[in-house]
Design a protein around this ligand. Structure first.
Ligand SMILES: [Zn+2]
Length: 161
């Protein structure tokens, strides 16, 4: 399952990439082009725009009108509607910035790119495979927040079954 995300849902695009899904997100793409891309590339269109959603439905494009105000609510909706799994697996996680796959790197490869303190504290590091992005990630203190958000989303998804 691949997602095409409208310009109002940049945060959700990042979450879906963290969860390992292929996501296309470009805030400059116009509504007509979103519909064409979703149809031609067989992607699930996620939008906050009711009119765009109705147009997608009329064209039989798989789509969701994302209604939640928080990321937890939005993720819970996708879990219910499409069975999006709310668990991370670093082997599948994609770069939240650009959506490319991540490659595990050794500390010695990253000595110039990661603060010394983080190299000391953490053991595993990943680098975005897209050379024009190249961001480096590690499971640091912010990961606790990611886990809490996913746990909250999981609880919400179950509540509303
Ligand atoms: Zn990247």
């Amino acid at each position: 399952m691949r997602f095409l995300v409208d310009g109002m849902l940049g945060g959700l695009a990042r979450w879906l990439r963290i969860l390992g899904y292929e996501v296309r997100y470009d805030a400059s793409v116009k509504d007509n082009d979103l519909l064409a891309i979703a149809r031609e590339e067989n992607m699930v269109l996620l939008t906050r725009d009711e009119e765009l959603y109705q147009r997608a439905v009329a064209k039989k494009i798989v789509s969701a009108l994302v209604v939640g105000e928080t990321e937890e609510e939005r993720l819970a909706q996708l879990a219910r509607s499409f069975g999006v799994r709310l668990e991370t697996n670093m082997a599948e996680t994609r770069c939240p910035e650009c959506g490319a796959s991540l490659v595990e790197k050794s500390k010695s490869d990253l000595a110039d790119e990661v603060p010394e303190e983080s190299l000391k504290l953490y053991d595993q590091f990943w680098k975005c495979s897209n050379q024009s992005c190249g961001k480096v990630y590690w499971v640091g203190s912010h990961w606790k927040q990611i886990r809490q958000t996913l746990e909250a989303a999981t609880r919400l998804a179950r509540l509303k079954l």
